[in-house]
Design a protein around this ligand. Structure first.
Ligand code: HSE
Length: 338
């Protein structure tokens, strides 16, 4: 039996416990062993939940930790402590991966364990592992992605005539939105995700601060009407352009012939262009309890199969990227067109 701990009993953390419980037979087939949640840690006093990280990292039974707390602290300190003791950490925390992913990955390598973050980008889409393992032979020239489920939910509903505030409230009720929804609607969450993707494919560390970033708060019903009249939709995209080493988050006009046009509601869609494979399109639920938790558990299975070894997440050696300005909008236009 492989014993794991979950840090943070929020939407994703409780989802991880549920996936492990509900899909125990599938997990046993994939891993060849059972997964058992030995501890759940939360800063709140909840019966059956521990508050002290030392209980977890000092327990030699614990081989893998799921960090689903979000935010930088105490997630950074707890992850650091675990990795130094050779305990692998699987996370959905894009803020931490963006800010400290390189350092934490190097610590994991030094201590023969792993730091994996499949759930940090694209929710339930098996995206990072696919890029890491199946696209290594490709020279990726562009990534364009709908990477924030909350914004896509809001934009889909605004297009159908709902107002911004009502759509945001629904996204919050469904557990898609960040604790501070400004991180979603101002584009910061998408910026962290496109920075992680750009880093993974370029071999240089792009960080959130280097992403030109505009959110969805200035989009009006008239903008949707004008877009529709031209056979287009408005989507918040994160775009990485390898040719001039630039990254942007902004609302884009997307033509109805483009595969991202039909990516609606909480779904995310990511399109990569590789020089040999041509276009690849990934699609799935970008937020929500069980899809995101499923991605965390996929990492747990990978770590549990590799106890005592480091899984190369392609982050440990990244040097900072030189980032240029993204090509400008056409004069007089409110949005770029994909
Ligand atoms: N708030 C995020 C979103 C959660 O809506 O996409 C998943 O990262």
């Amino acid at each position: 039996m492989i014993n794991v701990a979950i840090l943070g009993l929020g939407t994703v953390g409780s989802g991880v416990a549920e996936v492990i419980e509900q899909n125990q037979n599938e997990i046993k087939k994939a891993l060849g062993d059972n997964l058992h949640v030995k501890y759940i840690l939360d800063i709140r006093d909840i019966p059956g939940v521990v508050n002290d990280i030392n209980i977890i990292v000092n327990d030699p039974d614990i081989k893998v930790i799921c960090e689903t707390m979000g935010g930088k602290e105490p997630a950074y300190t707890y992850t650091h402590l675990a990795l130094e003791r050779g305990i692998s950490v699987c996370t959905s925390n894009k803020e931490l991966v963006d800010a400290y992913g390189v350092e934490l990955s190097a610590i994991a390598r030094e201590h023969h364990c792993s730091y994996l973050f499949e759930a940090s980008v694209g929710g339930g889409i098996p995206l990072l592992r696919t890029i890491r393992e199946a696209c290594g032979q490709e020279k990726i020239s562009q990534i364009a992605g709908i990477l924030n489920g909350t914004c896509n939910y809001i934009l889909t509903n605004m297009k159908a005539g709902k107002d911004f505030a009502t759509a945001l409230k629904e996204a919050q009720e469904k557990g898609f939105a960040e604790r501070n929804p400004a991180a979603d609607v101002e584009g910061h969450d998408t910026a962290r995700k496109i920075a992680i993707l750009a880093s993974l494919v370029s071999g240089k560390k792009f960080s959130y601060e280097q992403v030109e970033c505009e959110g969805i708060t200035n989009i009006t019903p008239e903008d949707f009407a004008q877009a529709e009249a031209k056979g287009m939709s408005i989507k918040l995209l994160g775009v990485y352009n390898a040719e001039n080493s630039s990254v942007i988050v902004a609302p884009f006009l997307v033509k109805n012939s483009h595969p991202l046009y039909n990516v609606n509601d909480v779904f995310n869609g990511v399109m990569l262009h590789g020089n040999m494979v041509d276009n690849l399109m990934f699609y799935g639920r970008g937020a929500g309890k069980l899809p995101t938790a499923s991605a965390v558990v996929s990492d747990v299975i990978e770590c549990a199969k590799n106890i005592g070894k480091n899984i190369n997440n392609k982050f440990a050696d990244l040097a900072p990227a030189n980032v240029n300005k993204f090509p400008a909008k056409n004069p007089g236009e409110k949005f770029r067109t994909l």
